[in-house]
Design a protein around this ligand. Sequence first.
Ligand code: AHG
Ligand code: MN
Ligand code: MN
Ligand code: MN
Length: 374
Amino acid sequence: VFDEVCEMSGVTLTRYMMEISRANPHLKEIESLMNSIQTACKTISSLVNRACITKMTGYQDDGCSINVQGEQQKKLDVLTNDVLKKALRFTGRLTVLASEEEDEPVSMEDRERIYADLRNSDVVLEEGNKYVACFDPLDGSSNVDASIPVGTIFGIFASGEETECLLDDEDLDGTPMDPESRAAKCLMSTLQPGTNLVAAGYCLYSSSAHLVFTLGRGVNGFTYDTHIGEFVLTHPNIRIPERGQIYSFNEANRWDWDSPMQEYVTSLQMGQGQSGKRYSSRYIGSMVGDVHRTLLYGGIFGYPADAQNRDGKLRLLYEAAPMAFLVEQAGGLALTGKNRIMEIRPRGVHQRVPCILGSRLDVEECRSFYNASK
Ligand code: AHG
Ligand code: MN
Ligand code: MN
Ligand code: MN
């Protein structure tokens, strides 16, 4: 049924999800999550598009708002986080959400209790599957004031898969968390490996807005048609080329990279890699834009470990794992160097991981440099 749907053209995202969930009743709740996500993405697209006119460029407040990872927040980081959070919380399908711009996972229980009271029910969450959403509301936000492409990244896990979680987080005052506390439970349901993802995707805000996502059966891309206000299926069943001719890394970090990475990139620059061709360099500094190009044109993108940042820069739960799921679903590979990103068990919501992804043959070639090192 997935294939049949994909063969058609002129399909809106709303209709696509309707068909998918009628054919796969267990995805009914994912349909409502995707509807909320697409509405949030349309709103964010408009906010980003009009930011210079509506004076939404620049830093939040007086420039003092810092997120939990020490990044200074842009106005649009805060606003887009709010848009996604509100869009998702009213679905009634989430137990927890986690975001780059939220210090800790946010429980949806209080909101659900209000509806339970209105229904005169003791059951806080209604029947049906429950999920945990992780997102990066505005990826590449340092680029946004210059109208350089930015994006939104999301990953959705089933709720209640937290059994083997490695809980080592601490309260803000440094004392270990009580595993029975609500905060600990929220954290445990969030810390799942990429292999547990049931859906993941991104929306790129560029010359067009593209919503690209997977439900674990291939990758489909939709383009926002502003004339009808709908995402329409333009890139059915995206397959990443087996090999590309582009590498995409922040080369300013080159002298801090691990030596396998330095040697690998040098070989591409000299045309001494397996393809025998000299590669081009493309790097936007917005992961969503760089990954979108990599999916369509092939090649390799990454933020590798370096001497300053032993875990690289990208965050596992709402950057690396959702993108790894997408890239693998499109026939590519996503590694930390030697290992699969999808298999990492998170130990913290904002944990960083080295990330190398793209065309299968390119990523395998890169891995051979890591495998040859100790
Ligand atoms: P965010 O704007 O969500 O904090 O993410 C920025 C990330 C990612 O989009 C990009 O690939 C990377 O940071 C760029 O980092 P450098 O500026 O160090 O190259
Ligand atoms: Mn950020
Ligand atoms: Mn990001
Ligand atoms: Mn961000």
